[in-house]
Design a protein. Structure first.
Length: 465
């Protein structure tokens, strides 16, 4: 049997991943490909890894905090995505996707290796995708329901289908949220939402779509998510209308259709969904499904901002700062940025930090700028990570610390920001905050150049590696 599955992982997870590989090999009767010895040089990495990914049909990314921070693992995942490989994100340890990782890869199926139901489904999918013999029904009993973290196994309820759609929905809600004496049991909630949705309850349809979108109580399935969002939206559920609009905007589970996105955002906004009001404004600002109209963008942002939506406050602040669709008003921009930043919105924290750094609408305050950059950066906002790195490199608002500068540049570069890639390349080239490493310097300069960074292109012409 040939090697059909490529395993991508962080070396820091080696023991855990090796055990998973061994189990996959045993259960599927194949030999999964995994870099066990480590590939040291960049040339070897490209030659061996690229050849291996191209040769395998299925790409398993072992999802953990370590792998999301691994340059090599992320390069492998990005290449597999470009090559259209059948990709599964396999949670091997409980963690949250970083914003940058989620933005790029959340459309892939995700499976929790430690969830027996999801594990069994994945094994069935792998057998089907690779044309392997199905698992004999007598070999292993049906897996039990997933267990909570610190209790005996939860039993799944027997659904009384004589109950009304509303009664079934309420039971699902109680199980999902631990209400009215019910223990939290997401698998049970999923079953009740399904039964209620099948009886026509639009709220249950919407919640069922959310379960499929996030993999709550069931394996993640974006096509099922959009199916139920669509049915709920057509049934008048405003949250589902907003959710299906985003699916059409982002191409999540469906093909991108900007006009449908704009339509459904408007339907939800007409029912008072504040998030949808902000999204309508964004559509007018960016021309998504409708011609660009800055005046209408300002109007809709104001509606949502007045109701406390931080994204709307931030975006409206930007329009006031630069006089887009409205007369420039720095004081109003600062007020709106501050309102959103106080709610923890990272984009507003970044914009407000930039104003303090450069004295735009406020007295220059480098310490305050660095503080706000840090708050935004710690939430994964790559522009803030890069600017915080510059603060540490230059000693702006913080004591100069080249090691911390290097670390923040690295985070921003891993998030795909080309100017951070350029700065990281400089760190490697000159040994700023790290040891001199010309190979890594070249790699990041080439990455930055590939994203259109002119500084990197000039540096490559003028320096030897």
């Amino acid at each position: 049997m040939g090697k059909e599955i490529f395993i991508s992982y962080s070396r820091r997870d080696f023991d855990k991943v090796k055990a998973i590989k061994d189990q996959l090999d045993r259960e599927l009767g194949i030999e999964c490909w995994m870099d066990i010895d480590g590939i040291e040089s960049g040339e070897q990495f490209e030659e061996v890894i690229v050849k291996a990914i191209n040769a395998h049909e299925v790409f398993l990314f072992m999802l953990s905090p370590h792998s999301m921070a691994s340059e090599y693992a992320l390069d492998e995942l990005a290449f597999a995505k470009r090559k259209g490989k059948r990709t599964v994100l396999l949670y091997i340890t409980p963690c949250e996707m970083t914003d940058s990782f989620s933005f790029k890869y959340s459309k892939f199926d995700t499976i929790d290796w430690n969830n027996p139901l999801q594990h069994e489904k994945m094994m069935g999918n792998l057998r089907r995708w690779l044309n392997l013999a199905p698992k004999p029904a007598t070999q292993t009993p049906k897996p039990a329901a997933p267990q909570p973290s610190s209790a005996a196994p939860q039993k799944l309820p027997v659904i009384d289908r004589s109950l009304s759609a509303n009664e079934l929905y309420n039971l699902g809600y109680n199980y999902a949220n631990g209400k009215n004496g019910m223990p939290v049991n997401h698998e049970a909630a999923f079953l009740y939402y399904t039964a209620s949705a099948e009886k026509g309850n639009a709220a249950a349809m919407c919640n069922l779509g959310f379960c499929y979108e996030r993999g709550i109580g069931t394996p993640k399935d974006l096509q099922c998510a959009t199916y139920w969002y669509q049915k709920a939206a057509e049934g008048g559920n405003p949250t589902a209308q907003c959710n299906i609009a985003y699916c059409y905007e982002a191409g999540m589970g469906v093909a991108k259709e900007p006009q449908k996105a704009f339509y459904w955002y408007n339907q939800a906004a007409a029912q008072g969904v504040v998030r949808a009001e902000c999204c309508v404004a964004f559509c007018y600002e960016k021309g998504i499904g409708t011609p660009v109209d800055y005046t209408k963008a300002v109007e809709w942002y104001k509606r949502a901002a007045d109701k406390g939506n931080p994204r709307a406050q931030c975006n409206l602040g930007y329009l006031y700062e630069y006089g887009i669709g409205v007369q420039p008003n720095q004081a109003m921009a600062i007020r709106l940025y501050t309102q959103a930043a106080e709610q923890g919105y990272p984009g507003a924290q970044f914009n407000l930090a930039y104003c303090y750094e450069n004295g735009r609408g406020v007295e220059q305050n480098l310490q305050r700028a660095a503080e706000l950059y840090r708050k935004s950066a710690e939430q994964g906002y790559v522009h803030a990570q890069s600017n915080l790195g510059l603060c540490y490199e230059k000693g702006k608002g913080v004591p100069q610390d080249l090691s911390l500068a290097f670390q923040w540049y690295k985070k921003a570069a891993e998030g795909g920001l080309h100017r951070a890639m350029f700065n990281l390349g400089l760190c490697y080239y000159y040994g700023r905050g790290t040891a001199v490493n010309k190979a890594e310097a070249l790699r990041y300069m080439l990455l930055a150049q590939g994203k259109g960074n002119e500084g990197a292109a000039k540096f490559l012409k003028e320096h030897e590696f």
